[in-house]
Write a protein of this length. Sequence first.
Length: 343
Amino acid sequence: MNNHHKVTVVVACRNEEKYIGNCLESIIANDYPKEHLEVLVVDGMSTDKTRDIIDTYAQNFSFIERVDNPKFITPSAFNLGIKNASGDVVMIMGSHSKYESDYISNCVKYLNEYDADNVGGILKTLPGDKTNVAKAIAESLSHPFGVGNSSFRVGSQKPIWADTVFGGCYKKKVFDEVGLFNENLVRSQDMDFNIRLKSSGGKILLVPSIVAEYFAKPTLKSFFLHNFKDGFWAVFPLKFGSAMFKFRHLLPLFFVASVLVGLLVSFLWTPFKIMFISGISAYFLLSLFSSATLAWRYKNVPFFIILPFVFGARHFGYGLGSLWGLWKLAVTARQPKLAADPN
């Protein structure tokens, strides 16, 4: 492989008229030679102006093409892109993101130098709006109290071998060896795939000098619902044998379960009530401390008030979603109905 290897970029989207233009502009601005680049925008039959925007870019740039995704969901989009890819390197990119000008070339460079099977970088989270709430949400997704030790979110000092990365730059041959993305998983399909990749001996490299920018949800409601869905689908790889979780994936589940159980048993015996109050107090103190440090760092007093609610939306949303997912798995033993899930 050399630095001018044929690269296919797969962008999955549905109803992303607000973001798809910025995403494509950042890809076009990349320094990778366009004669060695193919961009497949796999659209889940958008009902807004997304398809018109994609078609305009496709008319102006010969290396951009729209591919229809009648199944709507993200893993189907990824798989359609992979099946239609003419490159020997496949990059998964998000329509909610922007990419630095050397993103593609650096991914290919490190794919070669480290003989990795998947390479990705750091995710810099940007506010989805100009409000303090949107800014607080973005900051929470780059703070250890919000996302734990997720290296691609909180950063790393040097390239490290990782369990997963944002998006990913893959050698196309790994899809022949490991298989495609699991279309039974509306979300967590990347986690499931990377678990399978590592289990088969594949190597995933996180490079901190490779940077993508992601626009977070702008409101507490949308942020809570997004995390609920993430938590719900995070447990479904268990159904398909992908059970290699990191502690950070399960911590919100354990936290919410302990809160609910603690609340119930606190009425039965005073020592239980003391333990419950102590545990909740410790959580809120950590939340307030994290909020205070961010408020001080950015000289933004409203952060101190807003961030505890943001952290709560993150942790309780994800944890409640995971509990609901486990209920579906353990009690009803039913696979959720697959539907378009652009958010």
